[in-house]
Design a protein around this ligand. Structure first.
Ligand code: NAD
Length: 354
């Protein structure tokens, strides 16, 4: 057994069909009140229901959460919280809403509760970020991990198959990068392998039959532990590429993960050979990059950066931004190899060991 270090995160999770009904009692038990309910403009009806359910425990509703937490939106939410004398937040929605709750926790010290309705898994990590002038700046701070996360699979039944598929591959990426590595942390890897198995089994069922509650439950559990693996694990080239494309070139978050994952796994496959084999085993395929590529095709997610609005003429700039700071990654990060990876991903070609 090799030596390792491990630091846990303060997760407090309630998982179950109908679990959202327990929100008021759980908030009382934790001593949380005057909650500002957060949601996206498209989920206002759901946000209102949560505020009604909370009754006197709710301070109000902020229904303007946006992808990647724009600094202007954070300011607006912070002002609303102050005006309403809110002492906590309850985020109901995907990673965009959870991200706003985490940013308010970091900036204003508001205790946060998360009720995730996608597979982004943001609630399981200490990573929070804000986007300003086209740049997303992220930090890690265990204090932003929600004081309580309620996973209720029923809330995911309304998530369209297309978003479920790409969000599910976003979750898969969090697990895969913590197995297909040359320096796996054993605890993070154990969570990740279980996450890969569960997601690979459930996502095709979710997409084929979005109202299948059993498949929805499995996918949400898979997303929870995959993100847990990331929360106590690490990131590398894959996340660096996704954040560069999302932050600077405004590509959609989950779809960017879906397109890039087969290519980034292929990039590291020789250096992280044992870990990459473990990913293949968990997926039940012979070759991990090819298996992920085929899974994405089966789920119907985009397979080419060209489909996400990326301009081929920007690929040189993306490669330059990605390699500029040094960051840990199994295989050395060189501009020529990253540029070749981007070209394959742009075309949507099957992954190659560039
Ligand atoms: P999202 O939160 O923007 O949700 C996508 C869309 O789906 C939104 O329009 C939302 O209103 C809608 N939606 C959400 N749940 C729904 C449901 N059950 N039914 C119907 N519609 C629903 O997207 P996302 O992919 O969940 O999150 C992306 C954001 O999360 C990005 O900003 C990303 O950076 C962040 N993220 C952070 C971490 C982290 O560890 N910090 C991890 C993953 C993602």
């Amino acid at each position: 057994m090799t030596e390792f270090a491990f630091r846990a995160l303060p997760w407090n999770i309630l998982f179950g069909i109908g679990a959202v009904e327990r929100l008021p009692g759980e908030m009382d038990a934790l001593g949380l009140d005057r909650a500002l309910v957060l949601c996206t403009p498209g989920s206002q009806a759901r946000g209102r229901l949560i505020a009604e359910q909370l009754g006197d425990r709710a301070a109000g509703l902020f229904a303007n959460a946006r992808m990647h937490v724009p600094a202007t939106i954070l300011d607006e939410a912070s002002r609303r919280a102050r005006d309403l004398r809110a002492k906590s937040t309850v985020s109901i929605g995907g990673g965009s809403t959870t991200g706003l709750g985490k940013a308010l926790a970091a900036r204003d010290g508001l205790d946060n509760v998360a009720i995730p309705t996608t597979y982004s898994g943001s609630e399981m990590t200490a990573i929070w970020g804000v986007t300003e002038s086209g740049r997303k700046v992220t930090s890690r701070n265990p204090g932003v991990v929600p004081k309580l996360t309620i996973y209720d699979p029923e809330l995911t039944l309304s998530l369209p198959a297309r978003i479920s598929a790409s969000s599910g591959l976003n979750a898969l990426a969090q697990a895969v990068v913590n197995v297909a590595t040359d320096k796996p942390s054993p605890i993070s890897s154990a969570l990740a392998v279980e996450g890969i198995r569960t997601l690979a089994r459930s996502l095709p069922c979710v997409v084929a039959e979005p109202s299948n509650l059993e498949a929805r439950s499995e996918a949400l559990y898979g997303a929870c532990i995959a993100a847990g693996a990331l929360g106590v694990g690490s990131t590398g080239l894959h996340h660096r590429l996704c954040h560069t494309l999302g932050g600077t070139f405004n590509t959609p978050h989950a779809e960017t993960h879906a397109v890039l994952l087969p290519h980034t796994v292929a990039y590291n496959a020789t250096t992280a050979a044992a870990g990459t084999r473990k990913v293949a085993d968990a997926l039940g395929v012979a070759d991990a990059p090819r298996g992920i590529y085929e899974l994405a095709k089966e789920l119907g997610t985009p397979t080419a950066l060209g489909q996400l609005g990326v301009d081929e003429r920007d690929l040189d700039a993306v490669a330059e931004i990605v390699v500029r700071p040094s960051f840990p990654n199994p295989a050395p990060v060189t501009i020529d190899r990253v540029r070749a990876l981007l070209q394959n991903a742009f075309r949507g070609s099957p992954p190659q060991r560039v």
